[in-house]
Design a protein around this ligand. Structure first.
Ligand code: COA
Length: 329
């Protein structure tokens, strides 16, 4: 079977576009959106992602398709990212094989051939985030040297009066003083964690890099551009934490649903009361569905708070990172 498969560069032509669209539409059956009738248009949304590839192929370091006879049955796309200065790093992006062609070694060949090419270009390190249930994908990434280095959990709620009680809304960040307070919290909440951060790098280097990044002008400027996205947690007039709602979910836009994403930067953990207040703020603004994503290692702190407000666990993702190898096993 594998010998009939041709792995080649993406070409800007309808045949490739159609094959990639099909792979995307049919392969991603594990996503939570698939399980929900109101997200029945998920395929359409995902297929749009394929169009993005054709619009900006030069942004990719590698984009290859798998072809069987004249049919495109799978693809992968790899871009560039930054982990540490001077460490040439790629991020594995889109990757899918049409279901009837899965489990025949095609996905592994795609990634392995692309990785060989990436190594020749001088990249040494790779990272990717995927669904924790997508173990075929995880197996493939492991075959080129990546290892699971982190897990995150997402909880979701449809806010109701019953769960929100008399929670008061939180204040949104609005000025330079708020931005400075957020930056300070980022510095405090960065807990060097040897368990899961890029094991191949000297931890001291990684930490030093992160700390200088967090205290840099660029980081502050980034906060300022998304200022209103931060919900502030205040105690006795002082900002002690925040919830970041500044990454509007593109899916929400597509579906016309107000789906707010929150990710906490709360060093001391999140209480049910604070989570209810954040939920109240977003619900008052019209959010119908609210998600919160937390690091697995922080999960114990949030599980209780999430349950108090009626959040339910819905999705788990894993990050894989590591030194790339041209494994052909
Ligand atoms: C991830 C994906 C592209 C892999 O493609 P594939 O051609 O099926 O992969 P392979 O045939 O090379 O199999 C990879 C591994 O998974 C295993 N596997 C794949 N499908 C399997 C199945 N249905 N049953 C049992 N094992 C399976 C293979 O045995 C192999 O394991 P090994 O390393 O122990 O040999 C494909 O599963 C897919 O499209 N999934 C949905 C989209 C997705 O999750 N993308 C990743 C986003 S980051």
């Amino acid at each position: 079977m594998a010998s009939e498969v041709l792995i080649r560069d993406l070409q800007i032509q309808d045949k490739d576009r159609e094959g990639i669209r099909k792979a995307l539409l049919n392969a991603f059956t594990l996503t939570r959106y698939h399980a929900s009738p109101e997200f029945a248009r998920i395929g359409e949304y995902i297929a749009r992602g394929a169009d993005g590839l054709f619009e900006n192929p030069e942004r990719m370091e590698s984009c290859m398709v798998a072809q069987v006879n004249s049919e495109v049955v799978g693809y992968e796309a790899i871009g560039k990212t930054e982990v540490l200065p001077g460490v040439n790093t790629v991020v594995y992006g889109g990757f899918a094989v049409q279901p009837q062609w899965q489990n025949k070694g095609i996905g592994k060949r795609l990634i392995q051939e692309a990785t060989k090419r990436i190594l020749k270009k001088g990249f040494v390190f790779g990272e990717v985030t995927t669904d924790a249930c997508a173990w075929p994908a995880i197996r493939v990434y492991e075959s080129v040297g990546l290892r699971i280095t982190r897990q995150s959990l997402t909880y979701t709620v449809r806010p109701s009066q019953a769960t929100l009680g008399d929670a008061k809304p939180l204040r949104r960040a609005e000025d330079d003083a708020d931005a400075a307070a957020i930056q300070k919290i980022d510095g405090k909440s960065f807990a060097p964690c040897e368990n899961y951060i890029h094991k191949e790098f000297p931890v001291a280097d990684y930490n030093a890099h992160m700390m200088s990044k967090l205290s840099s002008e660029n980081h502050l400027a980034g906060i300022k551009t998304r200022l209103a996205g931060y919900l502030l947690i205040e105690k006795d007039g002082e900002t002690v934490g925040y919830l970041n709602t500044s990454s509007p979910d593109p899916m929400a836009e597509f579906f016309g649903t107000r789906l707010a994403k929150t990710s906490p930067g709360v060093p001391q953990g999140l209480s049910g009361k604070t989570l209810a207040a954040a939920t109240r703020t977003l619900a008052d603004e019209g959010a119908e569905v609210i998600d919160i994503t937390v690091d697995y290692l922080e999960n114990d702190k949030i599980r209780k708070a999430a349950a108090e407000v009626g959040f339910e666990f819905i999705y788990s993702a894993v990050d894989l990172t590591g030194k790339l190898c041209a494994n052909t096993a």
